[in-house]
Ligand binder design. Structure first.
Ligand code: ADP
Ligand code: MN
Length: 509
């Protein structure tokens, strides 16, 4: 064996190795090279991710191809093998499914028996949410954490946060924060101590699995006829049709960031419900991201205050639907033209359809009205805003030509899930914004009589803010809001109303 002497004094096995000494030449590159190469790889991956999410999903493929993943740990290897096994198992399952189904018209699915990514792990009414299980009384206590200063104990008995055992336990505990569908086992119960290295590798893995799962999930959703509706929503819709309440769901009217709206023909009336001939079904999206920045509408709404803190994201979304229902009902009672609520099921709100023969009424921004109609629309909206404020005790909070429909020669208000009461901590600001939208739309639309935003605000609220410029006006609004908040702080309840005329109706939740 011609052992290369320049390879240096290697371990004994190396010289005896029948395949010769491992070549070390490929390893000789500088740190900078590695860094930049890695950087390049990362950048490329990022780019690909953005451009062809599907392709990258496939390329990332089975976990084993990951080059920069440390495989020195037994645990990691075990995990990887398990993952491989699960995938093979699933593939076999699919083959069997295919064999059984053949080209029969009715097919069965083994979906539920798959090992990887049980995408539909949460269920209906009696669900236990992953967030609720964090305080599971049956679970072993989590390891104590190290205080901020980084050590516990005194003198010789000091244990720092770098203590291997402590740190290992902490890592194990942290593992519980991985995505809910990532099964981490009972590491705490076993007093498992994960080294930082293993923890990081697992975390990385959990993360990429999560993304993969999301992509898979997405693909699944889009492959169905009813786009953008997840299986659980589809089931809800299906039940509505099945029960005869709806005749057919014909198609999608609108896909927004926060909701999808469908058209349906109404079905049979029940004892307590008349179903309109045509319905709009608003499905609040259960993808959570877009709702996060709506927190401020609902968090400070005293009607939902007690409930908000205890809720998980899915329930918060149901609350949006519920809010829209309550608000529409108030408006209906005040005689404001708006959709009539038919039924609310979880995050799905069924209401009467504004429009005809599947064609939704156009938004105000999309119709060209005669100057006569334009003026009529303006006065109608002024009137509706006053009614909304005084009779319904509400501020629309997203009022604009996008959320007003023109139908039957008048304006209809829609999209009121974010509407709040005027005494909401930001209620008057929302009202001012609404006034600005309305005022600008009609001034641009050539309605000479249209009040400017400040006049409109006063006309709607009955407040008499005299500031003649926007900045001061805004400041006064905020001062009023602050006064109300202070009142809440001191007296434990809000002012009955900002307005002097008439008490708001007592709302029956
Ligand atoms: P988003 O929060 O997505 O804006 P909207 O309630 O404004 O939700 O509904 C989106 C669109 O769906 C509206 O702009 C309108 O065109 C249509 N739409 C919603 N509700 C109805 C309804 N009851 N009748 C007819 N069309 C509706
Ligand atoms: Mn809208």
């Amino acid at each position: 064996a011609a052992a290369a002497p320049e390879a240096g004094p290697g371990p004994a096995w190396q010289s005896k190795c029948p395949w010769g000494a491992p070549s070390t030449t490929s390893m000789s590159c500088s740190l900078a090279d590695v860094m930049s190469e890695q950087l390049a790889k990362e950048l490329q991956l990022e780019e690909e991710n953005a451009a062809f999410p599907e392709v990258v999903a496939a390329a990332e493929g089975p976990f084993i191809t990951g080059e920069n993943i440390d495989t020195s740990s037994d645990l990691m290897l075990a995990q990887m093998l398990q993952m491989e096994f699960d995938r093979e198992y699933d593939a076999q399952l699919r083959r069997e499914e295919k064999k059984i189904n053949g080209d029969s018209k009715v097919s069965i699915s083994f979906e539920n028996y798959r090992k990887v990514h049980p995408y539909d792990s949460d269920s209906s009414e009696d669900e236990v949410d992953w967030q609720d299980t964090r305080h599971d009384p049956y679970r072993a206590d989590k390891p104590t954490t190290t205080p901020k200063r980084g050590f516990i104990g005194k003198g010789k008995d000091i244990t720092t946060k770098h203590d291997e055992v402590l740190c290992g336990r902490k890592n194990t505990a942290r593992m519980e924060n991985f995505a809910p569908e990532f099964q981490v086992g009972d590491g705490i119960g076993m007093d498992l101590k994960l080294s930082n290295q293993v923890f990081n590798a697992l975390k990385q893995h959990a993360y990429s699995e999560e993304r993969r799962s999301a992509r898979l999930h997405e693909k699944k959703e889009h492959s169905t006829a009813e786009k953008a509706v997840d299986p659980k929503t589809r089931l809800l819709l299906y039940k509505m049709v099945n029960s005869g309440m709806l005749e057919t769901i014909t198609g999608c009217i609108s896909t927004g960031k926060e909701s999808v709206v469908f058209h349906a023909y109404g079905g049979n009336a029940t004892e307590d419900k008349v179903i309109p001939p045509e319905c709009a079904i608003k499905v609040f999206k259960t993808t959570l991201n877009e709702f996060k920045n709506r927190d401020k509408y609902i968090k400070d709404d005293y009607r939902f205050k007690d409930r908000f803190s205890k809720l998980n994201p899915r329930k918060i979304i149901r609350m949006w639907a519920e809010k829209e229902m309550h608000n529409l009902t108030r408006m209906q009672n005040a005689g404001i033209p708006c959709p009539r609520v038919v039924i609310l099921k979880k995050h799905v709100l069924v209401m009467s359809f504004i429009g005809q023969d599947q064609v939704p009424a156009p938004k105000l921004k999309d119709v060209t009205l005669s100057s006569e109609d334009m003026k009529k629309a303006y006065y109608q909206i002024l009137n509706m805003m006053q009614q909304l404020y005084r009779e319904c005790n509400l501020v629309h909070a997203d009022l604009s030509e996008y959320n007003m429909l023109w139908h039957d020669g008048k304006v209809w208000l829609i999209d009121v899930s974010q509407s709040v009461e005027p005494t909401h901590p930001h209620g008057l600001e929302f009202l001012f914004r609404d006034c600005r939208n309305v005022s600008q739309f009609f001034q641009k639309g050539g309605v000479a009589e249209a009040l400017n935003e400040r006049e409109l605000f006063n006309a709607v609220s009955g407040l008499n803010i005299t500031a003649d410029n926007e900045v001061d006006f805004q400041a006064e609004i905020e001062a009023l809001e602050k006064m109300n908040e202070d009142h809440v702080q001191n007296h434990g309840k809000k002012l009955s109303t900002f307005s002097s005329d008439g008490d708001p109706p007592i709302y029956d939740e």
